[in-house]
Structures are given as structure tokens and as C-alpha cells.
Design a protein around this ligand. Sequence first.
Ligand SMILES: NC(=O)c1ccc[n+]([C@@H]2O[C@H](COP(=O)([O-])OP(=O)(O)OC[C@H]3O[C@@H](n4cnc5c(N)ncnc54)[C@H](O)[C@@H]3O)[C@@H](O)[C@H]2O)c1
Length: 332
Amino acid sequence: MLRVAVAGVGWWGRTIVGFLRKSAKLRPLMLVDPNREAAAPFAAEAGLPLVDNLDAALASKEVQGIVLCTPHTLHCSQIVAAARAGKHVFCEKPLAMSRGEVVRAIAAVEENKVALGVGHERRFDTPVLELEKLVAAGSLGTLMHIEANLSQDKFLALPADNWRLSSREAPAGPLTATGIHMLDMAVHFLGAAERVHATVRQLGSALANGDTLAMLLAFRSGASASITGILATPFVGRFAVYGSHGWAELLDKEHPETPQGWIMNVRLRGEKMQTREFPPAPTVLANLEAFADAALGRAPYPITHEDMRATICALEAVVRSCASGAIERVEN
Ligand SMILES: NC(=O)c1ccc[n+]([C@@H]2O[C@H](COP(=O)([O-])OP(=O)(O)OC[C@H]3O[C@@H](n4cnc5c(N)ncnc54)[C@H](O)[C@@H]3O)[C@@H](O)[C@H]2O)c1
């Protein structure tokens, strides 16, 4: 059992505490949030002590790991602080805001020999695990292109001054909210990206930071990906991989906060399209439990430091491309 402190008692911190309560592998010990007034009722209801800064959790001998559900620009410094205190650290996405930050964060966990997890739960979707098997068996042939779209309209309810809508915390509009998950998946299947052309616009909402993001990426392997994230349309999650022998398409029925299962369509050359239904599974918890297994030395964490770094390097290039309007090289 890994004993953790959850930092950031907002939407996602509360969601994660809900999942952790069902876990036999992690136990929440305390909550951290400087906004005591907002966090205290939840802490009382969860029966967990609340402290108002991370140092108090890092000083506790009982706490073995930190789960960060905090604003994006805090992630790198909080990972470094946790690692230096000898705590394993699970950080929500994006792991960092730039290549420099992700390099610093990974160096800190490696130097201090602690585990690092990241909130890319899509990797734990049951059909994604099936897709990994298809790809590893060579059933799809050479991977040539990925088409992905992760969109939702939850932010339409946020006040205009919420940090998640600011260009500092959320450059390139939907990138840090949804696009980053699909970037991570593309890196997982295609490796490091080399060049990016991206555009973000405000088209269908009052989200002044932009609600419609489109990215076209070229990978070192020669493969490409077109990825969309929209914050002004109802939830959609679609991830499709095209190979020289066949293609696979994964459709999410709901946001991972309330899993409803998936549909997987596969078509191999010369065969009819096969459709499979997958029942709901708590992938957010599966990711946290994989982190706990890594922290306790039971199994390696499936998302490598190399992939974590490649995803953030791609993120940095997407932000540059949205600002410049030009094709930007990914500095890996
Ligand atoms: N993996 C997913 O699917 C998923 C879904 C939603 C959100 N997230 C991520 O979760 C994180 C939090 O997002 P959210 O929507 O819950 O935001 P939120 O605004 O609802 O919550 C953030 C909380 O962090 C607190 N906070 C601010 N500074 C802090 C500090 N120094 N130490 C501790 N707490 C601090 C705030 O008071 C607030 O309660 C983000 O990284 C976001 O991208 C991930």
C-alpha cells in the first residue's frame, strides 16, 4: 500500500481521491491546498487532514508519494521538491510546460531514485491495450498515420478568470486540457515528433484563449498525425491508427471521470470491419495503481521517461507553432 498526499483539491484532485478510496494499492493520507475555505468541506467529508502547503506533506514521514493535481505552471517545481524530499510523485498532465522543465523534472526523479507517474490514463484504456497487442504482432503492418480527436465542453461552465483558461497556464487553448493526451498517445505509437504545424482559434465559445486546436505532426519514423482538441463541442474521444495492413479506430463513450466503455473498429486487408464493445473500466485508477507498483518496486511504470520527455518537447513546439503560424521543429 502506497501512502500518498493529494495536492490540489479541485475538480481532478477530488475525482482522484474518489478513485483512491476504492484502491487496495494506494491510500490517501492527507490533502494539500492553499485555498482552505474551498477545500475544507471536502477534506472533512473525506475524513482527511488538510494542510495548506506542499512542504507540510513533504515533511511527513508517513507520506511516501505525492499526487499533484495543481495548476500546470507549478508541476515542474513541485515534482523537483517532492523528488528531493525522497517522495515518489504522480503528476497530472501536462508533466511540464517546456523542454527545459521536463528535463529538470526527470533529472530530479532519476537522481533521487523515486518513481514518476503522469496522468495519461488513455494509455490504460482496455482497447488501447488491445491495440498495443495488434501493433506488436504486426497485424496492422507499418504504422503510417494517426488521426485523433479529444474534445469536451466542460470548460464552458468555468468563470472567464479561471486559471485553466489563461494563456500562461494553458497555452494553445485546448492543448493542456485534451490535446496533450492525444500527443502522448501519438508519441507512444509513433515515437518522437520532428516537426509540427498547429493552429488555435476562438470559434464557438467565449473562451478567449481559443477553443479549437488542430495539430499536424511529422514523426522521426516518417509517420504523421493529425490531432484535434475542441473545448466548445460535446465530449468526443477518437483515436485511429492507419497501417499498411489495416487500421484500428477507438471510440470513447464518455470522459474518463465517468467511464462508460469503448467501441473498437478494426479492418485488416481483405477482411470485413470487426466491431468490438468494451465495458467501462476505471483507467484513472489503473494509472495510479501502476504508479504505486513502480514506487513499491513491483513493476516498471509503463510510460517511460523518454516518452514523457518527447510529449512535452512536442507540446513546446505546438505552442510555438500556434504563436508563429509556421512549421516548428521539435527540439527533442
Ligand atoms: N487526467 C485527466 O483526465 C485530467 C482531467 C482534469 C484535470 N486534470 C489535471 O488536473 C490538474 C488540476 O486541474 P483541475 O481541473 O482539478 O483544476 P482546479 O482549479 O479545479 O483545481 C486545482 C486546485 O489546486 C489548488 N492549488 C493551487 N496552488 C496550489 C499549491 N501550490 N499546492 C496545492 N494546491 C494548489 C487550487 O486551490 C485548486 O483547488 C491539472 O493539471 C489538469 O490538467 C487531468
